[in-house]
Write a new protein. Structure first.
Length: 89
C-alpha cells in the first residue's frame, strides 16, 4: 500500500543521496502506517463491541482461526468432539 510505496521512495532517495527527499518519503511512510494503525484499531473496537453485544444477548461467542466454511466446520468438530460435521444450505 501507501506505506510500502513511501518506503520504496525513501530507499531510492537514500541511495541517490537525496537526504531531503528521503526524509519526506520517510514522513509519508510514517503517516501511512499511522493511518493504517488507526483504521485497524477502529475495526478491532467495532469487533469487540459486537462481541460484547452478542454475549450480553446470551450468545456464545468463540474466537477461531480461518474464514472459510470448512474452517468453521473444523472448529466445531474439534471443540465439540465431532468426527464429522456437515454443512447444509
Amino acid at each position: 500500500g501507501k506505506a510500502a510505496e513511501a518506503a520504496q521512495c525513501a530507499k531510492e532517495a537514500i541511495e541517490s543521496g537525496e537526504a531531503e527527499l528521503a526524509a519526506e518519503a520517510a514522513i509519508r511512510c510514517q503517516q501511512a502506517a499511522l493511518a493504517a494503525t488507526t483504521l485497524l484499531q477502529k475495526e478491532m473496537q467495532i469487533s469487540q463491541d459486537l462481541k460484547q453485544k452478542l454475549i450480553s444477548l446470551g450468545a456464545k461467542v468463540e474466537v477461531m482461526r480461518g474464514k472459510e466454511p470448512v474452517d468453521v466446520m473444523n472448529h466445531l468438530g474439534k471443540t465439540n468432539g465431532y468426527t464429522s460435521v456437515v454443512w447444509r444450505a
